[in-house]
Ligand binder design. Structure first.
Ligand SMILES: [Mg+2]
Length: 374
């Protein structure tokens, strides 16, 4: 089997609001085509038009090539080798960041092709099925209106979720305001639900330590992205001061060394690679193994379409120790309708897809409705 083309499709909903931290208001889908008629699908959590450029760039020299140029004519079954070729060929595109995000989209699609060709689900190709279902946490945003937050929290608990995350929005304006947000969130979900708090990187370490101490009465399961990703020293100070509250971070990172540094130098409890940013299943498998080696948790971040939901569920099947994964409850039609999927969600527990490949197919009508390149 040979790769014949890589198609890149940017999507955006008309009501897109750049001031809201909902990353599934736009999207970029890749379709990797083969000479045997099998097509794999993937997506990147990135800027759609920048990913398109990384795939379509012409070759400048051996370490500065577009992904399409690197992959055309290759056998998609060589996933690991192709990942190395993509990494080598995009070194001059930045090594991390968008190059890894574009590689992630293509890598997801390659695993989908191999699964479809062999009739096996992606997690079986990756060599493990520690579970056939996984708890997921409902992931939503803080809002200005406490009444709305209360309604949202209660809604997800009533749907059966046993873990709920609130993030971003007004967090970071004042200590009193932040405590009020966490108090409102705890009241909304009740005492028996795991509450996760995502700050969205507004703090310096001293401010973050103030917050983690002030949040103790509301016993969040974790405090996520309190600091910017490069503030490794700040993460070490925060982790040492955090007591019983776990410190989580890493969704911005895209390559294994950054995650390893956050664990070994930042001393964080939990890293959060996103499979559509951090090099796809090929790299995320290595990241999860690295976290396991350091006796820390790797809990995948996910805030894109059903393609990433499926990829995340497959990866959740191959990690020995993982309590739950993220499940965005965004109402964007790209989140709700872009794929036909084969997994079920009941009482906050998702089944891991068992069909060939990712186990999802694009809804062509939705794809065509929101594509920006027509
Ligand atoms: Mg986050």
């Amino acid at each position: 089997m040979r790769i014949t083309d890589i198609e890149v499709i940017p999507l955006r909903i008309p009501q897109h609001n750049v001031h809201i931290a909902d990353g599934i208001q736009d999207d970029v889908i890749v379709r990797v085509h083969t000479d045997e008629g099998i097509t794999g699908i993937g997506e990147a959590d990135s800027s759609p038009m920048v990913v398109k450029a990384v795939v379509e760039a012409w070759p400048s020299w051996p370490r500065c090539r577009g992904l399409r140029d690197i992959l055309i004519g290759e056998d998609p079954f060589n996933v690991e080798m192709l990942w190395e070729k993509m990494r080598f060929g995009t070194m001059w595109l930045g090594r991390n960041g968008v190059a890894q995000q574009a590689i992630a989209a293509v890598d997801i699609a390659l695993w989908d092709i191999v699964g479809k060709a062999t009739g096996k689900p992606v997690h079986a190709l990756l060599g493990a099925a520690f579970r056939d279902r996984i708890r997921v946490y409902a992931s939503t945003l803080f809002t200005e209106d406490p009444g709305e937050m209360t309604e949202v929290g209660q809604r997800y608990v009533s749907r059966g979720f046993t873990a709920v995350k609130f993030g971003w929005g007004p967090m970071g304006r004042s200590l009193a305001g932040d405590v009020k947000l966490v108090e409102t969130a705890r009241r909304a979900v009740g005492e028996n639900v795991d509450l996760l708090i995502d700050a969205g990187c507004p703090f310096k370490s001293r401010e973050a330590i103030q917050r983690v101490h002030a949040f103790v009465p509301y016993h969040p399961f974790w405090f996520e992205e309190a600091l910017e990703g490069d503030d490794v020293e700040g993460y070490r100070q925060l982790s040492r001061a955090a007591g019983d509250i776990r410190i989580a971070t890493g969704e911005q990172e895209s390559a294994l060394p950054a995650f390893e540094k956050l664990i070994t130098e930042g001393e964080v409890d939990i890293i959060q690679p996103d499979i559509a940013r951090a090099g796809g299943p090929t790299e995320c498998r290595r990241i999860a193994a690295m976290a396991q080696r350091h006796h820390r948790l790797c809990i995948f971040h996910a805030w894109k379409s059903g393609i990433l939901v499926a990829a995340t569920l497959h990866m959740a099947a191959i990690v020995p120790d993982i309590p739950f994964v993220e499940y965005t409850v965004s109402e964007s039609p790209l989140r709700r309708e872009l794929v036909h999927s084969t997994f079920e969600l009941k009482d906050g527990i998702a089944t891991i897809p068992q069909g060939p490949g990712l186990g999802v197919e694009l809804n062509e009508e939705i794809l065509n409705r929101y594509r920006m390149d027509k």
